[in-house]
Design a protein around this ligand. Structure first.
Ligand code: PEP
Ligand code: MG
Length: 575
């Protein structure tokens, strides 16, 4: 039997090919010291290398603009700014003037700045440590004449399965899908650039594959199964055959799904079920359209608050919200108010929160916002002003009862009155809704439904809270499954409440983009599903061949299932 390694799927698909390990650059100092006379020439060499590295970035940006589009290529302009930032280059020049070789100075200063970023609690800023490292290594290569590891054009053989400890943002952005069939990394999470870029290039990718670099030897053929989350090493003929068939099936399904892009999101029996995208920044709106989506079901605004020292101003937020609303107008854009706390730490808000033994049960999201109107009103005012630009659905997160909802709506009214008195342009949101993601909201759903225009179920948190299982704890995998019968029954409670009150019912948790879930959600009465934009084509394919009426007839058996496995296997047997 061949060896199988397990990993976490960053980008779905199946890739088969020989391993190409990207062995890390020997990015280490040599300890050599310069005499006084040598230092001037070394500074000159440094300037030349800076120019070369910059020219590289300009070229790479142009290349990425063609393959990935302007928003993803913007990574390279960010790297150009970092390259010229005095924090790095000033420190390197100073070290050279003090007698270090330029390459040693780059190694040391990059490590120092990287460590500063890594020490920050904000996950967005932490990930920027990888960009600092990337820029430092580029400058080091320009100084030492090393070849760029992602430059696969000159390599014989392939296409390859690229194996690395972690890929730098620019390595991933430049991967040529015709030379790379899959990516396997030891590190890098689902919010990493690797995940985002691999998905948009449609390259299967797995991360968290323990010991991949040591265990996957150059040239060994592997099957990277980005559906099951495993790497099969040196498969026999039968396994290879099965792998090839699965890859061909997946490719065919993807092709068929993408061909549906411009067709409406309607089931085979005529039920309209709009497919929307989840975004974290306004420039994500464009990808939703290019994937054939109909709107935004979740704009996670907390990301606008990350990677900076203070909360974004009203004008900054207005610009971000208006951009997404304008790009998608007249389609709906559901903007969720600040969901800080839990896993989404925002360092400058930490003093408001204080130390917490259980951050997921803590002072977060709407709780924090309602206690700090000076913070919340800035966002609510920006949203009311942005509503002029398009079809805004405003949504409150983590609500547990009507008191919170009423307080949030009252503050919205206060902001509206202020804007009116100030003579600023504003509009009411087209709809105001709540996320159903706590057991409190679930059990109060029939009452909450009387006070909102829509519900959007957040299954990521709802699963965590219903099953009392931290969504970040890798040991609790079994309980992080939204197909657990307790969650499925919860969904049916919410659906009944929404139907009785005649309000819109959507879902924006990860479950919404799972092809296995879509027939069930349609049968339960969900009428908007919002997902990672890359999942929209496959979801549309499932939807367009689905009979919602037929699914409805089988709903009861799923609601009576006793175990998660039973729920899953019943759904897998639905036509
Ligand atoms: C959810 O909880 O399901 C959700 C969509 O919100 P987030 O993942 O941002 O907590
Ligand atoms: Mg949530």
């Amino acid at each position: 039997m061949s060896l199988t390694l397990e990993g976490v799927v960053l980008s779905p698909g199946i890739g088969i090919g020989p391993v190409l390990p990207l062995v890390p650059l020997a990015f280490v100092e040599t300890g050599s010291l310069l005499s006084e006379e040598e230092r001037g020439a070394e500074l000159g060499r440094l300037e030349e290398a800076l120019n070369r590295a910059e020219a590289d970035l300009v070229r790479l940006q142009a290349q990425a603009e063609k393959t990935l589009g302007a928003d993803k290529a913007a990574l390279f302009s960010a790297h150009r700014l970092m390259l010229r930032d005095p924090m790095l280059v000033g420190a390197v020049r100073e070290a050279v003037a003090g007698g270090r070789s330029a390459s040693d100075a780059v190694v040391v200063k990059t490590a120092e700045i990287r460590a500063l970023f890594e020490a920050l609690p904000d996950p967005y800023l932490k990930e920027r440590a990888a960009d600092v490292d990337d820029v430092g290594r580029r400058l080091f290569r320009a100084l030492t004449g090393h070849v760029d590891p992602s430059d696969l054009a000159g390599r014989e053989g392939g296409p390859f399965v690229v194996v690395a400890r972690d890929l730098t943002p620019s390595d991933t952005a430049l991967l040529d899908p015709s030379r790379v069939v899959a990516l396997v990394t030891e590190e890098g999470g689902p919010t990493s650039h690797t995940a985002i870029i691999a998905q948009s290039l449609a390259i299967p990718a797995l991360s968290a594959v323990a010991g991949a670099l040591g265990r996957l030897i150059e040239g060994t053929v592997v099957i990277v199964d980005g559906l099951k989350g495993e790497v099969v090493v040196a498969p026999d003929e039968a396994a290879l055959d099965a792998g090839r068939r699965a890859a061909a099936l997946f490719a065919e399904e993807r092709r068929q799904a993408e061909a549906l892009r411009d067709l409406p999101a309607v089931s085979a029996d005529g039920v309209a079920l709009p497919l929307w995208g989840n975004i974290a920044r306004p420039d994500g709106a464009g990808e939703i359209l290019s994937r054939g989506g109909d709107g935004v079901g979740l704009f996670r605004t907390e990301f606008l608050y990350m990677g900076r020292d203070e909360a974004p101003t009203e004008e900054e937020q207005l610009a971000a919200y208006a951009e997404a609303l304008t790009v998608l107008s007249p389609r709906p854009v559901t903007i969720r108010t600040l969901d800080a706390g839990g896993d989404k730490e925002i360092p400058y808000l930490a003093s408001l929160v204080g130390h917490e033994a259980n951050p997921f049960l803590g002072y977060r999201a709407i709780r924090l916002c309602l206690d700090h109107p000076e913070l919340f009103k800035v966002q609510l005012r920006a949203l009311l002003r942005a509503a002029v630009a398009g079809n805004l659905w405003l949504m409150f997160p983590m609500v547990v009862d009507a008191e919170e909802l009423r307080a949030a709506k009252a503050l919205l009214d206060v902001c509206a009155a202020e804007l009116e008195a100030e003579g600023l342009e504003w509009a009411r949101p087209a709809k105001v809704g709540v996320m159903i993601e706590t057991p409190g909201a679930l059990l109060m759903a029939d009452l909450l439904a009387r006070e909102v225009d829509f519900f959007s179920v957040g299954t990521n948190d709802l699963t965590q809270y219903l099953l009392a299982a931290d969504r970040m704890n890798p040991r609790l995998k079994r309980l992080q499954d939204p197909f657990h019968p307790a969650v499925i029954r919860g969904l049916s409670v919410v659906a009944r409440a929404a139907a009785a009150a005649g309000i819109d019912l959507g879902m924006c948790g990860e479950m919404a983009g799972d092809p296995l879930a879509i027939p069930l959600l349609a049968a339960l009465g969900f009428r908007e599903l919002s997902m990672t934009p890359a999942r929209i084509p496959a979801a549309k394919k499932v939807l367009r061949s689905l009979s919602v009426a037929e699914a409805g007839k089988r709903l009861d058996e799923v609601l009576k299932a006793v175990t998660t496995a039973e729920v899953r296997s019943l759904l897998a047997s639905w036509p």
